[in-house]
Design a protein around this ligand. Structure first.
Ligand code: GDP
Ligand code: MG
Length: 164
């Protein structure tokens, strides 16, 4: 069985860009369930000879600054089957209340899964410094990445693949 890696985070942090970056052109979507209640896309991936499934999630909209119950439930449902969860945040937008709540939720509900913490959109040294504040989430090891230019993504994937 190929391990399933899920990308999770609030809208606009760069999950879909990261999904495409990791898969490059080589993979096809193997399961797509678009929609408001259960939006997820799963594709076959390969890295350093290891095969895995990668899941992009989305489709929720937090209307207010409070994380919506629907978003939480939808996220939980989509990633229930995942072996590894990559929690994606945005260094340019900074850590929001939604990020913190989602982070807590992931830690609470998925103690049996491997959790990785990605701080995306880090393309300059200045942003790396700002991203250091993300360590306060309690996720001990942040990966500072850019889904757009690819920096840091290979190192994170190496560590993810070490776990299986
Ligand atoms: P999603 O809603 O989490 O799937 O986010 P998307 O992948 O759709 O990206 C949201 C926006 O952020 C788009 O305009 C992307 O081009 C931009 N974006 C994604 N990754 C990066 C990155 O690493 N650096 C920068 N600067 N922008 C990014
Ligand atoms: Mg998306």
């Amino acid at each position: 069985m190929k391990p399933l890696i899920a990308l999770v985070g609030r809208p606009n942090v760069g999950k879909s860009t990261l999904f495409n970056r990791i898969l490059r052109q080589r993979s096809a979507i193997v399961d797509s369930t678009p929609g408001v209640t259960r939006d997820r896309h799963i594709a076959d991936g390969e890295w350093q000879g290891k095969q895995f499934l990668l899941m992009d999630t989305g489709g929720y909209n937090a209307e207010s600054d409070l994380i919506s119950k629907a978003m939480l439930e939808q996220t939980l449902m989509a990633i229930r089957d995942a072996d590894i969860i990559v929690f994606v945040t945005d260094a340019r937008a900074g850590l929001s209340y939604e990020d913190l709540e989602l982070g807590k939720l992931l830690k609470r509900n998925f103690q049996n899964k491997q959790l990785f913490f990605a701080v995306n959109k880090v393309e300059s040294p200045q942003l790396i410094i700002e991203a250091e504040s993300f360590i306060s989430t309690g996720f001990t090891k942040p990966y500072f990445i850019s889904a757009k230019d690819g920096s840091g993504v290979a190192d994170m994937l190496d560590d993810i693949l070490e776990t299986f």
